[in-house]
Design a protein. Structure first.
Length: 136
């Protein structure tokens, strides 16, 4: 497995248990440093502007602003941040909509085994989509 570059990461997830799981998985399996956490879309936008992270793991179903709305604002306030949506929604149309607002990847929560490859893919500037969404 190739070593991942060190990256500052913002984790945005409204479910506290899943947010903790994401953070611990990142710390165990990647070179990512968690620089911030948010549990709603507005917090995500504010944190992204303040922290200018390299990577943002962003849930779709968030309170205050949903992930798509938050991503639109983040693209303007932190243009160099790479956004990887992590969502339980496995609709290809939703995933395409998420990528259209400027996200670099879309990972379905049930495909968490793909998390590290998703992160390394988006950090290299390529686009990542969960394998289950690539099925014809």
């Amino acid at each position: 497995m190739t070593r991942m570059p060190h990256c500052k990461t913002l984790v945005v997830e409204d479910g506290e248990d899943f947010r903790r799981f994401l953070c611990s998985t990142l710390m165990e399996t990647t070179e990512c440093e968690i620089v911030g956490e948010a549990s709603d879309g507005l917090q995500a936008v504010n944190q992204a502007e303040k922290l200018q992270p390299d990577l943002i793991l962003l849930d779709l179903g968030l309170p205050t602003l949903n992930g798509i709305q938050a991503a639109r604002r983040i693209r303007q306030l932190s243009p160099n941040s790479k956004i990887l949506f992590v969502s339980q929604n496995s609709s290809p149309e939703i995933a395409q909509g998420a990528l259209k607002v400027g996200a670099h990847g879309y990972l379905v929560k049930s495909d968490m085994t793909e998390l590290t490859s998703a992160i390394s893919t988006v950090l290299t500037g390529a686009q990542f989509i969960s394998s289950r969404l690539k099925q014809p």
